[in-house]
Design a protein around this ligand. Structure first.
Ligand code: BTN
Length: 251
């Protein structure tokens, strides 16, 4: 495995096997790790996904978590999951043949050929004055394999025409593309991120179901609001802002 060549803003912590890179990154952040600390592990024994799900983490795929200390509000920090989507999307898009379609699925799934290639888990600790003390951005990318038992169909880069990729190379691609979009976000805010994300979103204008622990709502995916909430138009025409949940598409 070749060592990734990363822009100097990153401080790489490279590990063999951990429970979860998000947990490692959080421990480092609690101990004062600086913005840009990037924890990379070859394997996880307790990889975590959104909404308490497990993230299967055998060797051969990418597992990394980045410590960020953005000078924004907690609400604005949540926009980083869309920034990460663009970083992941452009990275994986650069590694597979150009005819493989790339789409984003709200809130932060990256789909290649209509199947999930990556997972993003954003966790933040709030600090003074409603600002985050730190944000942990966890990213998993299916490079050599994918689990077969997921509710959302999954795939991996090898299956899509990029066999034998070095995981370090995938980390390098993600780190570079994420940095470009993070700089744009710091400079220009969420608007250009939202615009780029919407240009590739799956299901805009279509009937969807949004499910979370509390409810299951059916409607039309009308828009993404200026903060990243899904705008759901209900059958009667009323609009609801959805901040968290899973989107299911009609067949
Ligand atoms: C999802 O549910 O789609 C999010 C999955 C996030 C998985 C990544 S792998 C690296 C980091 N460490 C974890 O335990 N989870 C994230």
């Amino acid at each position: 495995m070749t060592a990734p060549r990363l822009p100097p803003a990153y401080h790489l912590v490279s590990l063999e096997r951990v429970v979860s890179t998000n947990d490692e990154a959080r421990a480092l952040a609690e101990a004062g790790a600086e913005d840009g600390t990037l924890v990379w592990a070859r394997e996880q024994s307790g990889g975590r996904g959104r909404r308490g799900r497990a993230w299967a983490s055998p060797p051969g795929n990418l597992y990394c978590s980045l410590v960020l200390r953005p000078e924004v509000s907690m609400a604005e920090a949540a926009e980083l999951s869309f920034v990460a989507c663009l970083g992941v999307g452009e990275a994986v898009g650069s590694l597979v043949p150009p005819m493989v379609p790339l789409r984003y699925k709200w809130p932060n799934d990256v789909l290649l050929d209509d199947r999930k290639i990556s997972g993003i888990l954003l966790e933040a600790k709030s600090g003074a004055e409603g600002r985050p003390d730190y944000v942990i951005l966890g990213v998993g990318i299916n490079v050599a394999s994918h689990p077969g038992d997921t509710t959302t169909a999954a795939t991996d880069l090898a299956e899509l025409g990029a066999p034998g990729l070095d995981v370090g190379e995938v980390l390098q691609a993600f780190a570079r593309h994420f940095m470009t979009w993070a700089a744009r976000w710091v400079e220009d805010g969420f608007a250009p991120v939202r615009h780029a994300w919407l240009a590739r979103v799956k299901g805009l204008g279509e009937p969807i179901t949004v499910a979370n622990e509390a409810s299951r709502l059916e409607g039309r995916f009308a828009d993404l609001d200026a903060r990243g909430a899904l705008v759901l138009e209900l059958p009667g025409g009323d609009r609801r802002l959805i901040a968290a949940g899973d989107v299911l598409f009609a067949r």
